[in-house]
Design a protein around this ligand. Structure first.
Ligand SMILES: NC(=O)c1ccc[n+]([C@@H]2O[C@H](COP(=O)([O-])OP(=O)(O)OC[C@H]3O[C@@H](n4cnc5c(N)ncnc54)[C@H](OP(=O)(O)O)[C@@H]3O)[C@@H](O)[C@H]2O)c1
Length: 234
């Protein structure tokens, strides 16, 4: 199980009606929907390629029309792509920024009126890479750093009615093709000496949803990886 599903199921268990978004993984989304319903919750799947210009607005409208309200917006969908700086061409840059930075921004814009009415909350899923420099991820890190700043700015702009928070995971689920040697290297840099689980991120999201005096804050869920100076993060 990866992060988006863990969050959806956690919020379903907490009693939320859950709109499960997917782009290509229809089977995974349907399995998530079934799991939430089996646990007694209410869920429905919605498909959108969030790189498309009007996709965020259409998604928020479709979800709100179905559920009748919107209290929580969790932005977890993202691309992850390792490539050297010289090989980040225009397409790779634009795709990364469109999905990882502009899409959460547009989702927040589209959801803001309803979230104001409901005194709702936005939780953006960041990454420790938003705060620490890694080689090989310039476009990914720039997008996540941008989203960290958007989180703080929106916390001010949408206050006092809407809270805006972030969760910054360290490693909680390796990409399937992540090399074994790199996995060992990552592990050696985590003070708790283990990778986290998607459920750790989901628990932080659930906590922030109920944390009525927290806004503009980012919870690091990284086993202590970012606790040091940052030079040992890679
Ligand atoms: N995994 C980790 O250890 C880790 C560490 C730090 C931060 N994070 C952050 O946590 C979040 C989830 O991570 P993950 O590893 O679970 O990610 P993942 O498995 O790669 O899932 C990313 C999600 O983004 C969606 N997506 C991809 N392209 C899309 C598009 N064009 N339009 C809309 N949605 C699209 C995918 O939907 P489909 O599958 O339906 O296409 C997928 O559900 C991300 O924001 C990631 O940056 C993860």
């Amino acid at each position: 199980m990866r992060v988006g599903r863990a969050i959806a199921e956690e919020l379903g268990r907490a009693g939320a009606t859950v709109a499960v978004h997917y782009a290509r993984s229809g089977n995974g989304a349907r399995a998530t929907e079934r799991a939430i319903r089996a646990a007694g919750g209410r869920a429905r799947i919605f498909s959108a390629d969030l790189r498309a210009a009007d996709a965020a607005t259409a998604l928020v409208h479709a979800v709100t029309a179905w559920a009748g309200r919107l209290d929580v917006l969790v932005c977890s969908a993202a691309g992850f792509d390792r490539r050297p700086f010289e090989q980040i061409d225009g397409q790779a840059w634009n795709d990364m920024l469109a999905l990882n930075l502009e899409a959460p921004f547009r989702l927040a814009q589209a959801a803001a009126p309803e979230l104001r009415r409901r005194r709702g909350v936005i939780v953006n899923i960041l990454d420790v890479a938003a705060f620490h420099a890694w080689t090989g991820y310039a476009h990914y890190a720039a997008a996540k750093a941008g989203l960290a700043m958007v989180t703080r700015v929106l916390a001010l702009e949408l206050a006092p009615r809407v809270r805006v928070c972030g969760v910054a995971p360290g490693t909680v689920a390796f990409p399937a093709d992540y090399p074994a040697a790199d996995r060992a290297r990552v592990l050696s840099r985590i003070p708790l000496r283990r990778v986290g689980r998607p459920a750790d991120v989901a628990g932080a999201v659930r906590f922030l949803c109920g944390a009525s005096y927290i806004t503009g804050s980012v919870v690091m869920v990284d086993g202590g990886r970012s606790a040091g100076s940052g030079t040992d993060v890679l």
